[in-house]
Design a protein around this ligand. Structure first.
Ligand code: SF4
Ligand code: SF4
Length: 305
């Protein structure tokens, strides 16, 4: 099958020495852009596809140099709120505001990178992958939103015999899903809610396509690990555990990894000038989810953390 490849794509981070995104020691490449907008998302800077500028109120002194320097007059400084606001429809992406800020209060999220540049970074840790059984994980955002770029990167890694994983929402048309995931060794596949309406409410999209892609992936023999972010008040009731067990049986999954809710993303919402629905909601701990886990196990799905 011929693949359309792309040598460049937009990412927002490359994280080395990760121990939580697949087996062994891994390098995680974070793709920018996501078709879901989960209300609890820990990486809100991943959701939009383009460049974004984050503002840190703790570092900003209100000097307004950013607004004065912007060649597109895209920044308005609001004295009342003591913050600059960027009109993204006018922003040229020139980064002048970032370089002119004397306090490093502005930061860009998102950059165009070539496959070879990313590969260079990944290959720096090849010895660690070999020793630990690790490799490279494509995360995000959603790698399947940049399928040609994801394919090129996966192929380049495969050519060097590096183990690859994709952390995916599974929300992609089935042909794209099959093409891209076909090159990965492992899928870490999130399922956010068993109920379609609740799924729409929490993420903005239906779960039907996601479950169908999960069913296909498992049926094809692809190494697939379903993962369940457990979110307080959204999907953490024991009746939800029963619902998830039913859905997982429907797609022939045997196991699920539970990912308890945490608050890691909260500050980023403020920096992006976005509201966060989970302010002051305490993190969940594994011991609090033991009953939830036991319901899944009791319904024939092996659940673990
Ligand atoms: S990146 Fe350039 S155009 Fe955009 S807000 Fe900053 S200075 Fe203005
Ligand atoms: S230049 Fe930096 S410190 Fe000054 S107002 Fe802009 S963001 Fe704040």
């Amino acid at each position: 099958m011929s693949h359309i490849l792309s040598e460049t794509g937009t990412i927002f981070n490359i994280q080395k020495f990760s121990l939580h995104d697949g087996p062994g020691i891994r390098t995680v490449v974070f793709f920018k852009g996501c078709p879901l907008h989960c209300k609890w998302c820990a990486n809100p800077e991943s959701q939009d596809t383009g460049l974004q500028i984050l503002w840190d109120k703790d570092k900003c002194t209100g000097c307004k140099r950013c607004a004065a320097a912007c060649p597109a007059q895209a920044i308005l400084y609001y004295d009342k709120e003591k913050r600059p606001r960027i009109d993204t429809s006018r922003c040229l992406g020139c980064m002048t505001c970032i370089s002119r800020c004397p306090n490093q209060a502005l930061k860009a999220e998102g950059e165009t990178k070539t496959v070879s540049k990313i590969l260079d970074v990944c290959l720096q840790d090849e010895a660690f992958y070999e020793e630990s059984g690790g490799g490279v994980t494509l995360s995000g955002g959603e790698a399947l939103m940049q399928p040609a770029f994801a394919l090129s990167l996966l192929q380049a890694l495969k050519d060097r015999h590096i183990h690859t994983a994709i952390e995916t929402t599974g929300y992609a048309n089935p042909e794209t899903f099959r093409r891209v995931t076909g090159l990965a060794d492992l899928l870490l596949f999130d399922i956010k809610h068993w109920d379609e309406n609740k799924h729409k409410e929490g993420t903005g999209v239906s779960n039907r396509l996601i479950l169908e892609n999960m069913r296909q992936a498992i049926a094809s023999g692809k190494d697939t690990l379903p993962r369940l972010p457990v979110i307080p008040g959204y999907n953490d009731a024991l009746s939800d555990a029963e619902g998830f067990a039913d859905r997982l049986h429907e797609v022939n999954a045997k196991e699920v990894q539970l990912l308890p809710f945490h608050q890691f993303g909260e500050k980023k919402y403020d920096m992006l000038d976005k509201s966060y629905a989970y302010t002051d909601v305490p993190a969940l701990h594994e011991e609090e989810l033991e009953d939830f886990r036991q319901v899944l196990i009791g319904h024939g799905i092996w659940a673990f953390f």
